[in-house]
Design a protein around this ligand. Sequence first.
Ligand code: SAM
Length: 458
Amino acid sequence: MFNNEQYIEGLLEQAVEATNAQIIKVLQKAKTKKGLTPEEIATLLYIKDPMQLQELYDIAGQIKQSIYGNRIVVFAPLYVSNYCVNNCTYCGYKRDNKIARRKLTREEIQQEVQILEKMGHKRLALECGEDPVNCDLDYILSCIDAVYSTKSDNGAIRRLNVNVAATTVENYRKLKGADIGTYILFQETYHRKTYHDMHPNCLKGDYEYHLTAFDRAMEGGLDDVGAGVLFGLYDAKYEVLAMMLHNAHLEEKFGVGFHTISVPRLKKAEGMDLSTYPHLLEDEEFKKIVAILRLAVPYTGIILSTRESAEMREQLIRYGVSQVSAGSCTGVGGYKENESCQDVGQFEVADQRTPIQILKSLMSDGHLPSYCTACYRQGRTGDRFMQLAKSGKIQHVCQPNAIMTLMEFLLDYGDEALYQQGSALIAQEVEKIERQDIKALVIENLQKIRNGERDLYL
Ligand code: SAM
C-alpha cells in the first residue's frame, strides 16, 4: 500500500464522513501511546469541532510530557555548499538562480564550527545542495571530518546529522562509517505529479529514487533516518498520510521507522513567489498536523526550525515538537559573515534569537533545554533506541543527560541571568529524579562538571 495514491485519497474520502463518535474513539486510543493506523490518522485530520481540537492538543501535550518530559533538544544547521544542479522551484539555491556559488574549505568549516561551538552548540545538521562534481560524497565526508575534528575551549560537536541528496547504498555506507547521527532527507512532497512539477528537469526530479532513499540508507547501515515534507507544496492531509505510510513501510521492512520528522513550511526564497503556491499551510491547520503527528508516532522526534516565529515555536513545543534549531543561518559561511545572521540564505528565517535568548524563553515556559548527544554514541540507534523509548526506560538516561548538558552550557556559554535561571531549574529537575542511584550519580556528575570535567553522559 505504500504511497498508493488511490489508497491515500480513498482514506481521505472516507474520513470526511467520520462521526463524532469515531473521532472520540480515535482520541481515546491515542492516549495509550501505541500510535495510530492510517484510517485513524485520516479521521483526526478532519477534526473541526473546537472542543475536539482542544482535546487533540491536550492529548498531544500529555503524550509529549510522558515520553519526553520537559526536555527540548537544541541544534543548529551548518550550510557547507550552495552549488546545486537541481531546479527545485521553491528553493533559493536552485540552479537557475544567478547567485554566487561557493563551498567552504576545511579552514572555513572549522571557523564556522568554532563560532557555533562558542554559541554552545554540540549537535549540528550539515546541509548542502546537490552537485556530483562540486559537492560529491568525498567532499561531504571531508566536511564531516572537519566538523568532528574542530575543538575549541570546552567546545566540540558531538553529533552531526547530515541532510544530503538521495544517494547509493555504497555512499550511505560511507556516511555510516563517518559516524553521522541521523541521515535526514525530506521527501518535499509525496504526491508524484506535484513532485515532478516542483523538480523540473533535474537529478532530484526522479521521484522513485528520492522516495526509496531511506530503504538504501537502511541497507547501508544508517538506522536513524529523519523524514519530512515541505508543507505548502501539496495538500497537507495527503502529505501526512503518505508520510505515515512511508514510516509504516520502513517499520515493516527494517523493524524501525523514522527517528525524526521535520515539519518545514514553505517560506519566501530568492527567485520564487509564495503566492503561486496554492497549498500554503495556515497556522491553525499546521498546529493540528503537528499534534496529530505526535499522536500517530509518539516515539518519533519532531523537529521545528527557525523558519517559524518564536510564538509559533512556543505553541508547537507544547503540542509535540521535541527538537528546535537555534541561532540558525541558512547561508554558506553565514555564521562567520554575520554572527547575528540577518542575511537571507536558502530561505527566510523567522526566529532570529540567539541560543541564549531561546534558552531563557524555553526555561521560562518550563522546558529543559538539552544538548544531549549520548544515544548514538552509546549505540542506542534504530530499533535499539525505539525499544528503549517504548519501554519508558529512556527517561533514565535522557533526563540526566539533559540536566548535565544544560549545566555545561550555563558554565561555558551562559550569562549571569541564564546561570541563575538554569541553576534553579536544574535543582528542581534533580529533585524530580525518582531512582535514587541515578539521582546520586547526577549530583556527583554535576559537581564534576563544576570542577571542569566535560562530556559526562549515561
Ligand atoms: N540537497 C538536499 C536534497 O536535495 O534533498 C536538501 C538540502 S536543503 C539544504 C534542506 C531543505 O530545505 C530541503 O529539503 C527543503 O525541504 C527545504 N527548503 C528549500 N527551500 C525552502 C523554502 N523556500 N522554504 C522552506 N524550506 C525550504
